[in-house]
Design a protein around this ligand. Structure first.
Ligand code: 5GP
Length: 225
């Protein structure tokens, strides 16, 4: 994909005076493992991270807001978005389709901002193929299947039938854990969030994400710094 990821508009870090490339952070897990809560907390705690808002053909759940939680669209609209090449990736999940719009990803990368994706393993594979090293993949596991079911029920938003189906799907989603760079077990939300933040902090410092290091070190050894 021809994403222009040159972060020419990236802000300069006020302490180091350096710029860096934006980071694409994927959080995947079976539904109910705590991924949405962790995402919300990360966004609140770190203002360099923006959430990617997916489009979906799934109906809105109570409490969800259009263009905040998802862009809720009809199947024809979704077809049109595919045909117009508007998605970085899209995939069927349960009975519906979900896709990541390309334009906000391009804009955020260009601005040197990090983007958080709450997408499944299918979308992660596609993003990995398209974005390579810009992508950091984190998989969140529940501590047990009992706990997963308890968390799904406590949301109070899905019917018994949907919960049974999600539990059935959880095992197959979990089977993709080895396709991720990091695997976390969410025993406790705050602890899991701290681990996600540690990963993000370390990934931002990776050599290949720091712009202008060659010139910096050249000037450094030449005594021009
Ligand atoms: P939910 O319906 O519970 O909001 O999401 C169901 C599943 O769809 C979750 O596993 C979520 O990660 C995944 N999902 C949400 N948005 C996208 C997307 O844009 N692309 C892909 N591939 N999966 C998505």
């Amino acid at each position: 994909m021809d994403l222009d990821s040159d972060p020419i508009e990236a802000p300069v870090d006020p302490i180091t005076g350096r710029r860096r490339r934006g980071l694409l952070i994927v959080l995947s897990s079976p539904s109910g493992a705590g991924k949405s809560t962790i995402s919300r907390m990360l966004l609140a705690a770190d203002n360099e991270v923006t959430m990617s808002i997916s489009a979906t053909t799934r109906p809105k759940r109570p409490g969800e807001v259009d263009d905040v939680d998802y862009h809720f669209v009809g199947p024809e609209h979704f077809d049109r978005m595919i045909a117009d090449g508007e998605f970085v990736e899209w995939a069927p999940v349960f009975d519906y389709r979900y896709g990541t719009p390309k334009a906000p990803v391009k804009a955020a990368l260009k601005a040197g901002r990090d983007i958080l994706f709450d997408i499944d393993w299918q979308g992660t594979q596609q993003l990995h193929a398209a974005m390579g090293e810009d992508l950091v993949r984190i998989f969140i596991l529940p501590p047990s299947m009992e706990e997963l079911e308890r968390r799904l029920r406590s949301r109070g938003t899905d019917s018994e039938e949907v919960i049974a189906f999600r539990m059935q799907r959880a095992a197959s989603e979990i089977s993709h854990w080895a396709e991720y760079d990091y695997v976390l077990i969410n025993h406790q939300t705050e602890h899991c969030l701290a681990q996600v933040r540690a990963i993000v902090a370390a990934e931002r410092l990776k050599r290949q994400r720091q712009v202008g290091l060659v010139a910096f070190t050249r000037d450094l050894v030449a005594g021009q710094r």
